[in-house]
Design a protein around this ligand. Structure first.
Ligand SMILES: [Zn+2]
Length: 332
């Protein structure tokens, strides 16, 4: 079908319970599904729904240390024994359902990557999963993230699918310190992040450009609070152009955080959902030139569930070749 894209999800992701007072709560995925459901007349011909496969521990070990994986598993076992969520770090909480959720989130990222690499399959995919991943380092869960889903997908693409180069674009309002750290020395994975300057987790300065063999394949674009949308889009376009001209990627992965939207309680940027359509189109065009059009976007942050839903709709509309812009009754 023309313009077909894949939506990859797994029911276990919805069960990761951090408590309703936590920003990354169980209401996020249902709100996104509701927003997508309202788009059924437009999307039904274009979106292939796929259930992700759970990751294996071996998939995590391409990125994380064994002790990191054991720390998460032990905390989940503790939560299951107590019958309520427990704190893994100050802000990262797990419940008895979180192991299955985390394995489903990491595995769905691989499923989506496998799909876009298959001949004859869709060339784009959106992964609707939680917990998010881009703050998790090789050895440490943090910032609501247990395992670094996008890093797991990138390493799978390199080591199992045999790709030479993967470009990761991170538009979450927060710097993806975990992803940067994992690939800091690695010239085969280019990490580009646009994020709010001076914000959590405090990394992502423009002088952080990679180390050793990885020098030049990390690019950070910190932005001042409240920069206007036109400026953001201009800077985004330039950074994307810079990344794709200097790095010949075989696959593009996107850490799609929707806390870059105006009004996010953990944000400070002013983007609207329609801007994400523009950005997704720009990424698709760049991928068309360099990466056979292969783009996988993964849900990261975004803490006003209805707004996140509007944002996801715009990304999927772009993937499906449908116009963006104002959606009736659905905000911009
Ligand atoms: Zn974020």
């Amino acid at each position: 079908m023309p313009g077909a894209t894949a939506l990859v999800s797994h029911p276990a992701c919805a069960l990761h319970d951090t408590g309703w007072s936590h920003p990354e709560h169980q209401g996020r995925l249902p709100a996104i599904v509701k927003a997508l459901y309202r788009q059924t007349p437009d999307l039904q011909e274009h979106v292939l729904q796929v259930e992700g496969s759970a990751a294996e521990v071996a998939d995590l070990l391409r990125v994380h240390t064994a002790s990191h994986i054991e720390t998460v598993r032990a905390a989940v076992d503790r939560a299951a024994a107590r019958g309520h969520p427990v704190d893994l770090t100050l802000d990262t909480i797990v419940s008895g359902a979180s192991w299955d959720a985390a394995m489903a989130a990491a595995g769905s990222a691989i499923t989506a990557t496998r799909l876009v690499l298959d001949d004859g399959g869709p060339s784009t995919a959106f992964v609707l999963s939680r917990p998010p991943g881009h703050h998790a380092t090789a050895s440490r869960p943090m910032g609501f993230c247990l395992f670094n889903n996008i890093a797991v997908a990138a390493r799978w693409a390199r080591e199992e699918a045999g790709l030479d180069r993967v470009l990761i674009i991170d538009w979450d309002v927060h710097h993806g310190n975990g992803t940067q750290d994992i690939f800091l020395h690695d010239p085969s994975v280019y990490y580009l992040s646009l994020h709010l300057s001076g914000h959590y987790p405090g990394t992502g300065h423009d002088h952080e450009t990679g180390i050793g063999a990885g020098k030049g394949t990390t690019r950070n674009v910190p932005l001042a609070p409240g920069v206007d949308r036109e400026y953001y889009l201009e800077v985004f376009g330039q950074a994307l152009e810079g990344a794709t001209t200097s790095f010949d990627a075989d696959l593009v992965l996107v850490s799609a955080g929707f806390d870059c939207l105006a009004g996010d309680p953990l944000g400070g940027l002013l983007l609207e959902p329609s801007d994400l359509h523009v950005m997704t189109r720009a990424i698709m065009e760049a991928a068309e030139r360099a990466a056979h059009g292969r783009v996988v976007a993964l849900l990261e942050g975004g803490y006003v569930p209805d707004r996140v839903g509007q944002g996801v709709v715009q990304v999927i509309r772009a993937f499906a070749g449908l116009p963006g812009g104002i959606l009736a009754g659905n905000g911009r």
